[in-house]
Design a protein around this ligand. Sequence first.
Ligand SMILES: Cc1ncc(COP(=O)(O)O)c(C=O)c1O
Length: 406
Amino acid sequence: MKNDRIFSDRITDVPRSFIREILKVALNPNVISFAGGLPNRDLFPVDALKEAACRVFENQGRDVLQYACSEGHGGLREYVSARYREKADLDIPVDNILITNGSQQGLDLLGKTLVNEGDAVVIEEPGYLGAIQAFSLYRPTFLPVPVSLEGMDPDALRMARSAGRPKLMYTVPNFQNPSGITYSDQNRMELARILEGTDTLLIEDDPYGDLRFSGRARTSFKHLLPDNTVLLGSFSKSLVPGLRLGWIAAPSALMQKLITAKQATDLRTSHFTQSMVCEYLCNNDADEHIRMICDVYGRQCRAMLAGMKRHFPSEVSYIEPEGGMFVWAELPRHMAAMDLFDLAVKDGVIFVPGDPFYVRGSRHSTLRLNFSCTDVETIDVGIRRLGTAIRKLMGRPTEQCNAVEI
Ligand SMILES: Cc1ncc(COP(=O)(O)O)c(C=O)c1O
């Protein structure tokens, strides 16, 4: 394109996914990557999904290839509703569930339906880059509120509220991406008290909630703020991401608008993939599959934490997650994770520096390490390389480590 004026202001304002750029380096086989955010492909139930697909064709034939209703596959919506009842003691009627192309589409539809230019939106700091991107298209004013070990900072939320009367508050309260933090029950109750009686809608995005390998489940915001909470869910982490299936559970009035937005966007999510997943869920034990994922991720996470304890200088702190796919680490404040990245690449290991997860500031000292796609032996080698790079950044003597060809 010769002229940049052709692009809308909307798209020009959206931050590019820096992570995609980093992942190009990960293609080098000599590099150990903790940079991705992908589920472990070795755990995908390929044979069972293949069987489900064949059964769908046998049983439904041409009908499964036809257009279908915008709200989504009835059986799949019933499954989601029943699972909320069984696992979280939540009563979410089927009519309040909209199947989407991943929860990422849920974020876009919520932005489309609710956000006018300049509207205040509370987001976590650090926060999920995909949410920052999705909402940015609707040009809100972001109000970043820090999260730490217990969850979101209540005082900072009070300040954000009085500064901007936020329309939305976006949270990932279980094994947050990027920090791995789980909000405590006490923190959830305090945040709910702050929002109670206001017109701020809370979005609880929970793609990782099933992936708990230690500790106990916490109370959903839907119990605490039943009328003002929208739930986002996904089959990406508990089954496979490639079929692009997620959902929104929303109050009825919002639901009608979301369906209109969904129709305007893509009419509906693929009827075939929904039928296939529904068939899979009817004939397989989803909980057993999830237990297997948790078992593997738990081992990988423990290997990463043990490696950090062994190989990192004591000044580097990190958060031990109870589930999910990420460990969040912090260098001493004056050090930039971006500088560490340049050294680490040369030593054959990559991660995501914290910067893309913040809407303000730069040269942050934090970094995100993904453990779901790397086996425990490789995790130890990668963390040792990273420890060496950190020592180099600190100007300290390093363990012997051969530079890697990249
Ligand atoms: C917090 C969070 N929300 C939403 C998504 C999008 O997931 P999907 O669209 O695959 O359901 C992701 C993906 O990594 C995520 O980390």
